[in-house]
Write a protein that binds this ligand. Structure first.
Ligand SMILES: [Zn+2]
Length: 317
């Protein structure tokens, strides 16, 4: 299988020119073309704890990203929900969604919002990190294991890979295409304005499956029932101090435990609303967590702590 180019969730272009070497050697391709595509290498990651980080680059061929200059030692996989949360590892965010820095900035300019993880529906993702069911327009012709840059050049379809932040005619054409993609994701000015103000989740209920749990703009838990977000009063806040000194494993994943911007279809999900992990050198030694769950969810969580020898002290129940 090897490497593949996962497309940007907003414009559908890749984060890199994997066939760079070949295309640079091709004298027929002018330097203008390379200049035009430079912006593709600067990437933004939307993380499930709500953080938004810019100026990342693709470092591994299977869609792994790291801050520029870090190499592969610190990386994030761009496949949402690919991994269960593992509290004892101390590294809760190893996955996210990626888009180009310019695409993120364009959305900020066009919609007046900071696009975050919770803006994007999660269910139509495939294992290659592609959003399914979205029509990206003409660029789809060039999407393949390695994005077909040379064919774009040959067909004079450069407009498809022109930054939405530039002022050219090509950019205007590309913006029209991108706006169509945004409206399929329910990211329009009026939708965003309406959804940012309401107490229920930012994500449109129409973009998640029935029975999805999600944290709302009000910080409380909501569930999709009969097509609508309904407030769940049985979810309460719990603050816990964790102690990792007796932990025997660093590998304790669990799919019931999720971060604040994720969606869950489990019966009693445990949302991590806030967290802070203390370390000695690189090793996590303890943490302070704020959870949101039900009584059954907490029973489950305490079992998890006991199973992995995680010391815990409840601050508030
Ligand atoms: Zn993009």
């Amino acid at each position: 299988m090897g490497c593949w180019d996962a497309p940007c969730i907003i414009c559908g272009a890749p984060p890199t020119k994997r066939d760079d070497e070949w295309i640079y050697k091709n004298e027929e391709v002018p330097s203008d073309f390379h200049e035009l595509t430079k912006w593709l290498e600067n990437c933004t990651l939307l993380l499930p704890d709500g953080e938004i980080v810019h100026n990342y680059e693709e470092v591994g061929c299977n869609i792994r990203f790291a801050p520029k200059g870090y190499g592969e030692n610190y990386d994030i996989k761009a496949i949402p929900n690919a991994e269960d949360i593992n509290i004892v590892s101390g590294y809760l965010i190893s996955f996210g969604m990626w888009l180009h820095d310019d695409c993120w900035k364009y959305i900020k300019k066009y919609l007046g919002t900071d696009l975050s993880y919770n803006n994007i529906p999660e269910h139509p993702w495939n294992w290659q990190g592609e959003l399914e069911g979205i029509n990206y327009g003409q660029i789809e012709k060039y999407q393949s294991q390695d994005f077909k840059f040379y064919e774009i050049y040959q067909n004079k379809d450069q407009w498809l890979i022109t930054s939405p932040l530039s002022m050219s005619k090509d950019a205007a054409k590309n913006k029209t295409r991108i706006n169509k993609i945004l409206s399929q994701l329910k990211l329009t000015k009026s939708e965003v304005k309406k959804r940012e103000k309401r107490p229920s989740p930012l994500i449109s209920a129409s973009l998640v499956k029935a029975n999805a749990y999600c944290i709302g703009n009000d910080g409380k838990v909501w569930k999709k029932i009969k097509g609508k977000w309904i407030y769940q009063k049985d979810f309460t806040k719990l603050e816990v101090e964790l102690d990792y000194k007796n932990v025997t494993t660093r590998n304790a994943p669990n799919k019931n435990i999720i971060l604040r911007e994720q969606t869950s279809y489990e019966k009693n999900p445990v949302f991590i609303k806030k967290y802070e992990i203390s370390r000695k050198k690189y090793h996590p030694i303890g943490g302070s967590f704020e959870f949101m769950s039900t009584k059954d969810g907490y029973r489950y969580l305490f079992k998890y702590f006991k199973k992995y020898n995680i010391g815990f002290k409840v601050k508030e129940y």
